[in-house]
Write a protein that binds this ligand. Structure first.
Ligand code: NAD
Length: 257
């Protein structure tokens, strides 16, 4: 399929799932804006590399998704937004009575509030263009819970709820809003959880992956960033024009249990 002529903005996309999504959107012909809060030479080099590989325009725009004004400025600076992928996210794992308040605030801001601000800024552009796709990267934790992830589970459930509202508010327009709910995907965010989990359970790396991380993922395989990117491209296709206000699980059967 071709997304030629469309501009896609993917928040938090210099790494992991966001980067996989940016690559697949570029492969499908979209102009892509990649984003993070870092603004390093590598971030701009990454944009140039994806542009060269797929022969499309790829820009890096710095914006800190924990800050409302920067979320909105990202969309304004991009100048167009046909496809908005709200992907930026962080994690912190702790029992709720020990959960640091500043971690709670950061997770709610980056994983949930940012999607409100970017969507609010992008919808007028989609309306003007007469077409739009909002894709929120939620999680299996947007549909189910796990202990010690209070802020993350709250934020992801919030994102799923907001997705439904955006879908209803745009239902009579050629705009859709959906949430993708991945199970475990081996990215830096997940990699960072492995050492603590090894220590907590007194297990080795492979045992932690199979028995703890993929315990609830019946396929016993990680989902891949390419699969997530492919799911976003599908949601941008004509075949998905009537898919709105729903969740697509890419979780190896986790939420079927
Ligand atoms: P990651 O750590 O590899 O990537 C996170 C991205 O967010 C990075 O590009 C980082 O720069 C960016 N980011 C973090 N804080 C930011 C900020 N303040 N402003 C701008 N950008 C910021 O993580 P990932 O695993 O690729 O996660 C991406 C999304 O997918 C997250 O929303 C996460 O909750 C979700 N998710 C991940 C998994 C998984 O197993 N990896 C499963 C379900 C959902």
């Amino acid at each position: 399929m071709t997304l030629s002529g469309k501009t896609a903005i993917v928040t938090g996309s210099n790494s992991g799932i966001g980067l996989g999504i940016a690559r697949e959107l570029a492969r499908a012909g979209a102009s892509v804006v990649i984003n993070s809060f870092t603004d390093r030479d590598e971030d701009h080099a990454l944009a140039a590399e994806i542009a060269k590989e797929h022969g499309v325009e790829v820009r890096y725009i710095k914006a800190d998704m924990s800050k409302a004004d920067e979320c909105r400025a990202l969309i304004e600076k991009a100048g167009a937004c046909d496809i908005l992928v709200n992907n930026a996210g962080i994690q912190h794992v702790s029992p709720i009575d020990e959960f640091p308040a500043e971690k709670w605030d950061a997770i709610i801001a980056i994983n949930m509030n940012s999607a409100f601000h970017t969507t609010a800024a992008a919808l007028p552009m989609m309306r003007k263009a007469g077409w739009g796709r909002v894709v929120n990267i939620a999680s299996a934790h947007g549909l189910t819970a796990s202990p010690f992830k209070s802020a993350y589970v709250a934020a992801k459930h919030g994102v799923v709820g907001m997705t439904k509202v955006v879908a209803l508010e745009t239902a009579r327009e050629p705009i859709t809003a959906n949430a993708i709910c991945p199970g475990y995907v081996l990215t830096p965010l997940v990699e960072a959880q492995i050492p603590d989990t090894m220590e907590k359970y007194g297990m080795g790396r492979e045992e932690v992956i199979e028995k703890v991380m993929l315990e609830r993922q019946p396929s016993k395989e990680f989902a891949t960033t390419e699969q997530l990117g492919g799911t976003v491209v599908f949601l941008c296709s004509d075949a998905a024009a009537q898919i709105t206000g729903t969740t697509l699980s890419v979780d190896g059967g986790w939420t079927a249990l």
